[in-house]
Write a protein that binds this ligand. Structure first.
Ligand SMILES: [Zn+2]
Length: 205
């Protein structure tokens, strides 16, 4: 592995560890796809998790503006998939702190733990395992900014943009691998359904 793992190395690791699966999957939103990504399955192996986090931290250090902020930087995740990435990146960077947002229910707004307060002008790096539609990270960004902190960048292990992805520019985006997946809006438009490929339902989209 390279110090910053290459796209092929990351994809190979995801496949070997069950984080990236080939098949015919239906998401809770009804979309069908030919691959299913679940980075948490790769992050369960500590040494692999560490290697990915260190690789991501090296990309972050390569950005002069981020590098200058590291001692004051907060690493903030929309729990839970982002937590191992957040701790790994914080350890590798020797950044200031890690915390995360939570939702008691999918329909309730995101929030932080009680008594957690942002310092005025606090610099925040948003971290997650995957960036797909950006819905969660966008909600987290708004929450962080509503509390007087400043988001300075976004870092994820895998960038897998959907057609409806939130536009985060001009924030810098850091990722180790970019994946394209064939999505079908529903069963009626799905080529694999037409060919009769066995379907597996997944409960995390
Ligand atoms: Zn299908």
């Amino acid at each position: 592995m390279h110090l910053v793992p290459t796209q092929d190395e990351v994809v190979g690791l995801l496949r070997r560890t069950g984080g990236l699966r080939e098949g015919h999957f239906e998401s809770p939103n009804g979309m069908h796809g030919n691959e299913y990504l679940q980075v948490a399955l790769t992050m369960r192996y500590y040494q692999h998790a560490k290697m990915l986090s260190v690789g991501l931290s090296r990309l972050l250090r390569g950005n002069a503006e981020i590098r200058a902020m590291i001692p004051q930087l907060s690493i903030v995740a929309p729990a839970t998939g982002g937590l191992p990435v957040a701790y790994g990146v914080c350890e590798a960077l020797q950044a200031h702190q890690v915390y995360w947002s939570e939702k008691d229910d999918e329909h309730l707004p995101m929030r932080f733990r009680q008594f957690l307060e942002q310092a005025p002008g606090e610099k925040v790096l948003l971290v997650d395992d995957i960036l797909r539609s950006g819905r969660k990270l966008s909600e987290l960004k708004q929450l962080v900014e509503s509390r007087g902190a400043e988001v300075v960048g976004i870092a994820v292990i895998v960038y897998q943009p959907t057609p409806q992805i939130v536009d985060f520019s001009p924030l810098p985006l850091f990722y180790l691998a970019k994946l394209d997946v064939q999505f079908y809006r529903d069963a009626a438009s799905c080529e694999m359904c037409k060919r009769g490929v066995p379907l597996e339902k997944v409960w995390i989209g």
